[in-house]
Write a protein that binds this ligand. Structure first.
Ligand code: E4P
Length: 222
């Protein structure tokens, strides 16, 4: 299973890359706008992310018409070879997806909230489809059930589009995504930190070290 980090925060990205924990990055207009603050240039941030991470880096268009998405996406794709263009799961986004794919540009079709939307994304040749599990849960739906259905449909017809579980809010989403065999989960830095921690690991390590410290100093080296 691949793990992407869902952020444009370069401090968190550098930490996760140095620790060899991630395989790619997803950004969105909200995350890039936050990282750019009052004076930063989102394009410069994307370029630096692409230099820092070897794997795919999703950069989202903000246009809403197909032609504008194509213009914006082609321009974003020039930033680096590992850029993946993110388009919304709208009729216009699906048109743009087909055109990008015919030009050899990878596409992440985002804002997916139903299995039939995901079917259309696969038929449009999407490289990745992003079901937003947390936002489905927010409206009393079942985000992980959506992922299960998409995986089953893709399996039935052997679509190559990878299922990228997005809007992950807590470690349980990650566990379920892995159990279902989702190709990728993109997780915010907070959840990545949570996944690395376990109170029993901390407690167990403290106990081992305390017991070891009881040995006379000259016999502690092994
Ligand atoms: C995915 O690509 C999106 O950037 C992200 O997962 C959205 O998550 P949110 O619903 O927590 O904003």
């Amino acid at each position: 299973m691949k793990i992407f980090l869902d952020t444009a925060d370069l401090v968190e990205i550098r930490w996760a890359v140095d620790a060899n924990l991630i395989d790619g990055i997803t950004t969105n207009p909200s995350l890039l706008s936050k990282a750019a603050g009052e004076a930063g240039d989102p394009r410069d941030i994307l370029a630096e992310i692409c230099r820092t991470v070897e794997g795919p880096v999703s950069a989202e268009v903000v246009a809403t018409t197909t032609e504008e998405m194509l213009r914006e996406g082609r321009d974003l794709a020039k930033i680096a070879e590992n850029i993946v263009i993110k388009v919304p799961l709208t009729e216009e986004g699906l048109h743009a997806c087909r055109r990008f794919r015919s030009e050899g540009i990878k596409v992440n079709v985002t804002l997916c909230f139903s299995p039939t939307q995901a079917l259309f994304a696969a038929k449009a040749g999407a490289t990745f489809v992003s079901p937003f599990v947390g936002r489905v849960d927010d409206v009393a739906g079942d985000g992980m059930e959506l992922v299960r259905q998409i995986l089953e449909i893709y399996d039935n017809y052997e679509y190559e589009t990878e299922v990228l579980v997005a809007s992950v809010r807590h470690p349980r989403h990650m566990v379920e995504a892995a159990l279902m065999g989702a190709d990728i989960a993109t997780i915010p830095p907070k959840v990545l930190h949570q996944l690395l921690e376990h109170p029993l690991t901390e407690k167990g390590l403290d106990a081992f070290l305390a017991d070891w410290a009881k040995l006379p100093k000259e016999r502690r080296a092994i």
